[in-house]
Design a binder for this molecule. Sequence first.
Ligand code: HEM
Length: 478
Amino acid sequence: NPRKFPLPPSPKPDPIVGHALQIPIAESWLKFLEWKKQLGNIIYLNAMGQHIIILNSYEVAHELLGRRAIYSDRPKLQMASELSGNSNAYFNLAYNDRWKRYRKLSHSVMHKSAMHKYWTNQADAASDLLRALLESPKDFYSHVRLMPGKAILSTVYGIHIESEEDEYIVMAEEFSALIAKWGLPGSALVNVFPLLGYIPSWFPGANFKRVANHLGQLARRLREQPFQHVKSKITSGVLEPSMTATLINETGGDDEYVSWVSGGMYIAGADTTASALATFMLMMTLHPRIQKKAQEEIDRVVGSNRLPTFKDRENLPYVECIIKEVLRWYPIAPLAVPHRLMEEDYYEGYWMPANSTVIPNVWAMSRDGTIYKDPEAFYPERFEDKAGNDLLDPRSYIFGFGRRTCVGMHFTDDSMYIVFAYILATFDISKLRDDNGVEVEPSVTFNAGLINRVNPWQCDIRPRSAQAVELIRSDHST
Ligand code: HEM
């Protein structure tokens, strides 16, 4: 610290452990938001020698993580990375040449102007969802969870999933549950004390090593099986278009890289997008006025003889507002994914030590009352008209920052649009009614973690008309 600048402000530390015991494992973003009120937008924490910097405003996160390359590395989380043999996974990679190659490969297939190539897959998965909702509306939650995985698997590998019992889905669900439980910095001691990784698996208390081993095997199968499926199709001369097939052709068979890039997509994209769809369904259950307004917009622009298409999107501004508000109201990754600062830095008179873990508090950004009036309210109108258009778009922070910004953000955005528009066009979602016809308030709980999602609730889902049923049963056109 040659300039002798102070560290950013901190809560009072405890002796020896610093702030380690003050950081809650569950919903730590709420504690960081509380500290923001006392300490400001940049907070320094020290957990047993580890520097941690929390960024509580969009402006600061955009300036540091967004614009300064030295913030683009990742801290190493032992369980999710080293111990499970997963250190080459997209999320875990350091800011190195291997990661640059991954980004280049994924950019070639995931950039905004390539998105139209995947519209059919996304619309097909959305159509399947409509049919499933028609057949068993009570199981809506599992139908909604399945849809994004379907769209991603057909796009990335050309694999078509029929049910949630499919082995890829089962493996991926187990993998996500394990990562949610063991992957966070505070959820396993080995994440904080990497040296524990050297003790043998039979040692008492070394259960984490067995979990890590299992995690590694799951990750390997999730990555290798679908990749080999594409390779065998190519070898047998079957033309089944997919992102992986394109990458194999483009690179002339750079298997090692392509399999990791493709493997990262399902893991990163299915659970996250499913969470956004569930929030949408909940908001439509709770806010009939908003649902009706969006349905009227769709009826006016699209009519009731066909389903909406991607081409209609520019004429459905209220649906667009709902997409933004769903992402803002319940941030799916409330602390995004931590970055690592590679060299010391100075900002607004503060010293930012090298090797700090830097965490953007996306939750705090979504709740910033200086930007969003009444931030706790679900109110898509805030994004309407000229003033709403100028309001900070949640997509500029929900998907992370700078060079590490989410690779799948455009894909997710399209998935959300087509599913929201399809459901609004064909179904009414409402609260259940009791025997006297009185609405029953659903019991709503949330599963807050690495990936936030609303837990299942009860609601009534019915087709809007006989014509809507016809549309659902007949083919769609994109
Ligand atoms: C609503 C859905 C999604 C959300 C909220 C989300 C959020 C995020 C966030 C916060 C990051 C970390 C960014 C950072 O470090 O600053 C990230 C990274 C990533 N996302 Fe997403 N994501 C979503 C969907 C997807 C989809 C659909 C895909 C692929 C098909 C995807 C692929 C990735 C990959 C590969 C990375 C790693 C990028 C890197 O480390 O360089 N994501 N995402």
